[in-house]
Design a protein around this ligand. Sequence first.
Ligand code: G1P
Ligand code: ZN
Length: 543
Amino acid sequence: MPFTTYSTHPYKDQRPGTSGLRKRVEVFRQGNYLKNFVQSVLDSQHDLIGGTLVLGGDGRFFNRDAIQVILKMASANGVGKVIVGQGGLLSTPAASCVIRKYGAAGGLVLSASHNPGGPDGDFGIKFNTANGGPAPERVTEDIFARSLEISNFRVSNGGEVDIDTLGSVDFDKLKIDVIDPVADYAELMQSIFDFDAIRDLLSSGFRMRFDAMHAITGPYAHYLFETLLGAPAGTVINGEPLEDFGGHHPDPNLVHAADLVALTRGAGGVDFAAASDGDGDRNMILGRDFFVTPSDSLAVLAANATLIPAHHGGIPGVARSMPTSQAVDRVAQALGIECFETPTGWKFFGNLLDAGRIAFCGEESFGTGSSHVREKDGLWAVLAWLNVLAARGQSVADIVTQHWQQYGRNYYSRHDYEGVKAKKANALIESLRAKLPGLPGSILEGVEVAYADDFSYTDPIDGSVSSGQGIRIGFVDGSRVVFRLSGTGTVGATLRVYLEAYEPDPSRQQIETQAALARLINAAESVADIRATIGRDTPSVIT
Ligand code: G1P
Ligand code: ZN
């Protein structure tokens, strides 16, 4: 089949951020925007030529169009085989699973994660490497560099590929395998968790709901919970994937999953509820009348790891992103295992997972995962909680409350200021940077500052250094304030202020979170002058 080489112009805004390239759908539809990125990947990732590429996305608007373009480009550029999820679907963790299982050279994952979809929504694409994880910085820099010098791209002249029928098709010299997007992932889950114990729990009168938010996890959740684990039909809600996610933000948090939260309230509330995002990598965990912060979720799972069959011998270590609360650090200390603090973004866990130094990792932004894949994994976290609940026979609230009694509670909240002018947001960070040397030893709102720095991370495996990762101000009582700018927003800048207070005394562990953090909220304002610098009196979102 012949292909055509088209000349193109470089795009200067194709530097992949923490989660690849994420833009409005209209940007992706402009000119050769998508093709430029794909050609830059194919030009710079030499193992793909003659090798295997995994392809799939969260099913949002433009997913199917993008799949057709990528298949035609893969064919024209000499990729050996493309494994594509039926209908163009693969959750992000399932894509990671499939890349690893079939020894692919990499994958292209189509999603804008939790951002809204539809013609006016967002789209995204990212390249994952052969370990199944998001490309590390040196790879994304290569892709970006190539996108600046690229002068042409190649597209096959073949017709539309049928991606809805399972099986193999030859598309000129390219072999295309259309696979069931759920099967490999479900098999992996069954190799990790105690499905018999969870099945017993779910048939004992225990009531759960899983909210797929009309996004990719619907088919996965129906199969895992209702078919394999025998939960009653109706356990999975909003389980049908829609191109625009029904017009909602497919973001599992207290604001966007408020309907689910309501199902956990009061005497008739369900025992357990969980939700996942657009591409299936995030999770929110709820008990009856109880919200488990993602930071606590990581800590509790680490403390209970040996209840999960795949980890019954214990875990070698854990990692959390810098702004994530230090709750898991205390578990690691008690277990005598390693604990790493990495910059924001899942890709920083990759080397530690590959080297076997850690088994569990997580971020405060509703991301939890383990060594089974190289992405965070929403359904993994849900199954991990079900496994722990089944093994302990206690409620979510009792498990977390007992955890706090044993290790202390890390009160935690994130205050986001969205849509700020980039200049103002940068000015705030710059002025904080300038103040850092004078802070240690000073008193902020009555407590002494122990350290203050701009977080820099040296990867213990490859020695690469990532600096300028956020301002940390730590206090002698174990509390912290962290400031950083979002790397994933699509409109203006987002300032994130992360607040964490440590409370070892069980009699003071039941205070309302914002009240418990009041001192730190004042400290953040007094040191950063947030109101005056960015002209906002209150955060746009409090998590
Ligand atoms: C956000 C989260 C971060 C996560 C990323 C991708 O990035 O804070 O933890 O890895 O989304 O899901 P941010 O917008 O803060 O740069
Ligand atoms: Zn996501």
